[in-house]
Design a protein around this ligand. Structure first.
Ligand code: TRP
Length: 463
């Protein structure tokens, strides 16, 4: 048995800090902005069921595998994969899995910060009472006004990027750990308040039924693929964010339990966000299927019409900012530890370098909503936001599934069962262990391959 590797880059205080940090990574724009609108576009209930199945059958097994790799390697994703591959007597080229992850995080955070910047600006718009207007078109126009102005987008993107760097520069304990222990409970309390508000002031039953009563006639093949992709994105899988957080996990914590807790927290929060949003949308006679504008256009109209709407609307966007903030930290941390450990940089310098370069790359997204906007067709769907859509497709549909596929193949086929059983603290006779291994070996690789082929346009199914 190899001696347990000591973490060179810090450790969480306890299991709870890990769960909070990983849940902080998982809960983000994906839960509060994206999940409600894709559920809305795909007809609600049936889509939600498929999404839940994806979380259980694909998300949880990969989550456990990724935490496990991180804790066993105890370094940044690149060196973790290199060390583990050596230990298992297989090719050290597996380190490129870590590298793809670091790169994917770098690209995602560049556009994530621009969208999170919208949320920051909406905190101020809401507090200033701008949603209170007789003409809904004016409220909708606020969004158009924001995204058509490169200067404004750049300003909010810059602010959010600085917020992110200010946390990671302080390191694991006084930076990330402190941020998540303050922001996550704060975010959750606000969410509960919003759900209670939606119960009393919204069409709660209608919202509830929309989310939970399944009408399978609305389900298409495209929506199934959307659900798989989203399960990945929402759990922060496939790029080393969960791996790096796993590398800070104390040796005596159960990875299986921690993995289940994170996935459960993420799912509950996405569903609660739906229960806060849809009742408010419906009571105002608005449309749940309005796409990406659901949170930034439809919801503000509703807030503008409702009692206490200024306060509730402001709280909503504060919650969205908190959620996005704890996610962007996790997107950027793998790259930073990579520079620290592999290139022997100080944390300050690594943060400055990554901060400035992701900020610069973010400008591509800033401009893709206005000056550089162009339209293209991808896998039969029309995309209107040029480079932003390309970066999103490249990461969500190609790099993350590829990362997940490699994790599944490495853990399922390359790593000895003795190693994984040791790290998870499970025996071969454990039925859960057998199911987990089966999913990683056979089911998950096939599903992820299909997603990627679809992204390359090789599988052109009708949707
Ligand atoms: N899961 C986050 C969300 O739902 C986004 C995120 C953070 C992420 N870290 C990630 C997505 C790593 C993919 C990979 O908003």
């Amino acid at each position: 048995m190899t001696a347990k590797r000591q973490s060179v880059h810090g450790q969480w205080n306890s299991r709870w800090t890990f769960v909070l940090a990983a849940a902080g990574s998982a809960v983000g724009l994906g839960n509060i902005w994206k999940f409600p609108y894709i559920a809305g576009e795909n007809g609600g209930g049936a889509f939600v069921l498929v999404y839940l199945a994806c979380i259980c059958l694909i998300g949880v097994p990969i989550m456990i595998a990724e935490i496990m790799l991180g804790r066993r390697g105890r370094q940044n994703p690149v060196m973790t994969m290199e060390t583990l591959a050596q230990e298992e007597g297989t090719s050290t080229n597996w380190k490129y899995l870590g590298l793809i992850g670091v790169l994917a995080g770098f690209i995602i955070v560049s556009y994530y910060s621009v969208i999170a910047g919208w949320a920051v600006s909406y905190v101020f718009k809401s507090a200033a009472g701008l949603f209170v207007h007789d003409d809904p078109q004016v409220v909708i126009g606020l969004f158009g006004g924001l995204v058509s102005s490169a200067e404004q987008l750049l300003l909010w993107h810059t602010i959010f990027m600085i917020m992110t760097i200010l946390v990671v520069v302080r390191g694991v304990k006084s930076g990330i750990e402190r941020a998540v222990t303050l922001l996550m409970p704060g975010m959750f309390v606000i969410l509960l308040m919003l759900v209670v508000y939606a119960m009393f002031q919204g069409s709660f039953v209608e919202g509830f039924n929309f989310l939970f009563s399944a009408d399978f006639s609305k389900l298409t093949r495209a929506s199934v693929l959307t659900a798989v992709g989203h399960a990945f994105f929402t759990l922060s899988l496939g790029m080393g964010a969960i791996m790096i957080y796993g590398s800070y996990l104390p040796a005596n914590v159960s990875i299986v339990k921690a993995g289940f807790m994170v996935a459960a927290a993420d799912t509950v929060i996405a569903l609660l966000a739906g229960l806060a949003i849809f009742p408010i949308v419906f009571v105002n006679g608005l449309d749940a299927g309005s796409g990406p504008g659901l949170v930034f256009q439809t919801l503000p109209i509703a807030f503008g019409q409702m009692p206490g709407g200024i306060v509730i609307g402001t709280l909503f966007f504060v919650m969205l900012v908190f959620a996005a903030w704890t996610s962007s930290i996790s997107l950027i941390e793998p790259g930073i530890t990579f520079l620290i450990e592999q290139k022997n940089m100080g944390r300050g310098k690594a943060c400055a370098l990554i901060g400035v370069s992701t900020w610069l790359l973010g400008i591509v997204t800033v401009l893709s909503f206005n000056k550089w906007a162009f339209t293209f067709t991808f896998a039969g769907e029309e995309k209107t936001e040029g480079m932003f859509d390309i970066l999103d497709i490249l990461t969500t549909n190609i790099m993350l599934p590829l990362g997940g596929l490699c994790i599944a193949v490495f853990v399922g086929w390359k790593m000895s069962q003795a190693s994984s059983m040791e790290e998870l603290g499970l025996r071969r006779s454990n039925i859960g262990y057998q199911i987990w291994l089966f999913l990683l070996r056979f089911v998950i690789p096939v599903v992820l391959l299909i997603i990627m082929l679809k992204a390359f346009g090789i599988l052109q199914g009708k949707s």
